[in-house]
Design a protein around this ligand. Sequence first.
Ligand code: NI
Length: 160
Amino acid sequence: MLDIRKDGDPVLRKVAKPVAKIDENALKLAAEMIKTMYEADGVGLAAPQVGESIRLVVFDVGDGPVTMFNPVVTDSDGLLECEERCLSVPGKYAFIARPETVEVKYLDRSGKHCKVKGDGLLGRCLQHELDHLDGKLYTDLAKEVFTDEKAKGPVKGRSR
Ligand code: NI
């Protein structure tokens, strides 16, 4: 399992570099990130969260693991407030307003140009992960950040 960097680590605040070549190393990192994401019970993980300042994200919103290289938001629509959590900000959550639907262009594992339109959990996850590539955390957008109180029962939300 890769080490997940926590808020305060400078790598989380850097603008990540595009992946110039999807080679064996990049694919190996993506596979390790997916494993780490599952082990941490997360929905998504961006490369800066494991200390690699490159434009690579992985996620699984319930349809199996997806790997995106150099993802870019190309369109967005609507506005929705949702609870967000982050593996780099453990024990915290906030309600964040973002576009409801986004269209994202990216390169897949074979370097093919792909496009996906996402709303709901997928739309939220895409925006949260892509923000990591620009050195942003959801807490930057929060009016108030809440702390889990373990005494109140199990945590329901999952982290990205
Ligand atoms: Ni996150």
